[in-house]
Write a protein of this length. Structure first.
Length: 743
């Protein structure tokens, strides 16, 4: 909605979506074309109220270090030496390099990655994908950095990674909630999730938090915190399954009717396959959780109905993260909590939007609901990956694509290392990739090995410093777009609030200007508004929401559901007419698809596999502390890290238990040296009992800032993490050993 006050003052309502987990309403006060202040939703319930990041967005728009003009590198890569050039010069250079690389090496040597930071329906990867496909194709990426272990597991077990999550209001029907590796007070997980959890607790639901940290969510919401070592969550879940089997507390009727392969999982749990019975006593030395605690948790979860096991995605970002996700789904099936109000499919803690409002869900509409694109010719006849699954999109299964987490490895090794091509040109958008991918030093080497790197950015990030050409893109407050989603479902327009600052431009504008330089005559036949109208009207037809003209008047449309959405409810209510989209039509606790892959580290039933760099790794003798890289309230990944208002809220530091700090002579606030064979970080210590002994936490997203000796002084956790993925392709940022010493 927009309300004018005179001719120069106005309040513009728009939707924030900075990849923080929320999508909140911002009411932006504008005077004489300048943002003066930002309020949030104060209209009808449920309200989508913004966090500190959205409320601080004015400082981001007018930040003194905003990139306002195209830049060309004049020094060595990474030296931060650039000169201002015109848009014509920048675009001519990018086009010439694209044409040169395509001609000399083929289109597969062009590698593109676009993350979700600051992206919506129109100004996102879709615009660049359309351009590069019309240019003859390119190498894209597969694998969600956030959630690939979970997406693979859901596709293997349910046949799909969509539609499984409940809307947040269904927590009010739960009598017990397990927050497993999940801190929604910090990570939001869509608007109103903590609010619904608080109401559930007030209504009598018991809440348990299983996490290495005593999180803010645990402090406010949980009745009990159960610390657990990183990478051992599957062991605890398997031990819980033992308790249910041993005491006959599982739902055999549900398993018989809706699942396949429980008998094989039961044999594993009871030791029939390896001679090891997976009791809570077995799990205690692995997880660090007392056997009695595991036993009581299993009994309460099995006997309290309905119960929601909310599987956070952080434990899946480990060396064998897919096993955690498959084990969580199995526990939910054993207790009959799938497809019922107050239960959970134990998939996608950050969902809720799968009722039909998530932009990703619309990929099933073909060319509807997004910018249309021809086929990517690089993908044609490429075959499928060895670990491809039915239920995943074709590009996710293509052998031509590179895993999102492994761009550095692909660039450095190319065909000689088993990759489909030698990659010469990299185009990055909406991502501070060097900062956010594991093992920064490896990414630095890869960036230096490229023939050309183009980066679309709003700030001179650690990644942008390595670019040959930097293209300044505007923020979502300087363009129009469309968004949807939410634990509380909605559709809404992202309304342009002010004109672009400096010479910053949108993704679509950049692609429109590049197209004729690449010999593409018909890239766009619509204006920005024309494309949005086409996209929104496709959504409206499919989901019975207001069309573009009506939505433009409303600004935001809050979907009123008759009752909370429940994932897989139809499959459970009427399995004959609504089978699961798996080969068997059932929930596959045993997956024949995985079995045929023949990888012992990717077993067909969920199993605990000890991670590399665990406490039992020989490397632990040198680097005895397990590092986790959690999310931070004042950042959305690496976004907002440079805003002074937000920096005042939380200092970047390493959390360390006092039992680990005291023997090292480390006091609260001391600068410490955190290191392993991959790198070194200098950072203040936060000595606290809110993290379990043996584990330390450096929040991910702080910008890499090497000093003259090569040590990072910015607090970048990925200086220390290892660039290796799980067997199914999961990002492994929470599998890492380090040592900490007082500096």
């Amino acid at each position: 909605m927009e309300r004018k006050k005179g001719s120069e003052n106005k309040i513009v309502s728009t939707i924030c979506n900075s990849h923080c987990g929320g999508a909140c309403v911002l009411k932006v006060h504008v005077k004489n074309g300048v943002i003066r202040r930002i309020e949030t939703d104060n209209n009808d319930e449920p309200q989508f109220r913004a966090c500190s990041r959205g409320r601080a967005y004015r400082q981001r728009v007018y930040a003194p270090d905003r990139l306002l003009y195209p830049l060309k590198r004049v020094g060595e890569r990474g030296s931060d030496q650039f000169e201002r050039v015109t848009w014509d010069q920048a675009l001519d250079t990018v086009a010439d390099e694209l044409k040169r690389v395509k001609e000399h090496y083929g289109p597969a040597s062009i590698l593109h990655f676009c993350s979700l930071g600051d992206g919506h329906a129109l100004h996102s990867a879709a615009a660049i994908n359309r351009l590069l496909c019309m240019f003859g194709g390119y190498t894209s990426t597969w694998g969600f950095i956030s959630y690939e272990g979970g997406a693979f597991s859901a596709a293997a077990t349910y046949g799909t990674s969509r539609g499984s999550a409940h809307t947040g209001d269904d927590f009010l029907n739960s009598r017990l909630i397990l927050m497993w590796g999940w801190d929604p007070a910090t990570t939001i997980h869509r608007c109103n999730t903590p609010w619904y959890l608080a109401q559930a607790r007030e209504s009598g639901a018991k809440i348990y938090c299983i996490d290495p940290r005593y999180t803010d969510s645990a402090a406010v919401l949980a009745h009990q915190w159960i610390p657990i070592r990183p990478g051992t969550d599957t062991a605890m879940m398997v031990a819980m399954a033992y308790v249910m089997i041993h005491e006959g507390l599982y739902d055999q009727k549900f398993l018989d009717r809706y699942t396949l392969g429980f008998d094989k999982f039961r044999k594993y749990v009871m030791g029939c396959l390896d001679g090891i019975v997976k009791t809570p006593r077995w799990a205690e030395p692995i997880t660090g959780a007392p056997a009695e605690v595991i036993y009581k948790l299993a009994k309460q979860y099995a006997t309290t109905k309905p119960a929601a096991l909310v599987a956070g995605i952080a434990p899946g970002r480990t060396a064998y993260g897919e096993q955690y996700h498959r084990a969580a789904i199995t526990l939910s099936a054993m207790t009959g909590n799938i497809g019922v109000h107050g239960g959970s499919a134990a998939d996608r803690s950050w969902g809720g939007e799968s009722w039909g409002g998530d932009l990703a869900a619309f990929m099933g509409l073909g060319t509807k609901g997004r910018l249309p694109s021809p086929k990517n010719l690089v993908w044609e006849n490429a075959g499928v990956r060895w670990n491809a699954l039915k239920g995943r999109s074709a590009n996710a299964n293509s052998a031509a694509w590179v895993n999102s987490s492994m761009l550095a490895d692909a660039i450095l090794k190319g065909k000689a290392g088993g990759y489909p091509a030698d990659y010469k040109l990299l185009w990055l958008a909406n991502t501070n990739y060097l900062n956010q991918a594991c093992q920064v030093d490896k990414t630095v080497r890869a960036f230096k090995a490229l023939e050309f790197l183009v980066v679309q950015e709003q700030f001179m990030t650690p990644t942008a410093k390595f670019a040959d050409i930097v293209l300044p893109v505007c923020t979502f407050m300087e363009r129009n777009d469309f968004s949807s989603g939410g634990t509380t479902p909605f559709f809404g327009l992202v309304k342009k609030v002010i004109e672009p600052i400096g010479e910053s431009r949108s993704h679509l504008w950049i692609c429109e200007k590049l197209a004729p330089r690449l010999g593409i005559a018909k890239y766009s036949d619509k204006t920005e508004e024309g494309w949005l109208q086409s996209i929104v009207d496709d959504f409206a037809e499919y989901f019975h929401i207001p069309n573009y003209s009506e939505l433009k008047k409303k600004g935001i449309y809050k979907v009123q559901l008759d009752e909370p959405y429940v994932g897989f409810r139809e499959q459970i209510k009427n399995p004959q007419n609504n089978p699961f989209p798996t080969p068997s039509g059932k929930i596959e606790i045993f997956s024949q698809q995985i079995s045929e892959m023949g990888n012992p580290l990717l077993p067909p039933i969920p199993q605990y596999i000890q991670t590399w760099e665990s406490v039992n790794d020989p490397l632990a003798g040198t680097y005895p502390l397990q590092l986790i890289t959690t999310h931070f309230r004042r950042r959305a990944h690496s976004q907002f890290d440079n805003l002074p208002w937000l920096r005042e809220l939380q200092p970047q530091s390493i959390s360390i238990n006092k039992l680990d700090a005291e023997p090292r002579g480390i006091g609260h606030g001391d600068v410490v040296r955190v290191f392993n064979d991959r790198g070194e970080v200098m950072i203040p210590a936060r000595v606290t009992e809110r993290i379990m002994p043996g584990v330390v936490d450096i929040p991910q997203g702080a910008w890499f800032q090497p000093n003259e000796n090569g040590a990072d002084i910015g607090g970048c956790a990925n200086v220390l993490t290892k660039n290796l993925i799980s067997p199914a392709g999961a990002f492994c940022s929470n599998t890492c050993l380090v040592q900490v010493e007082k500096a």
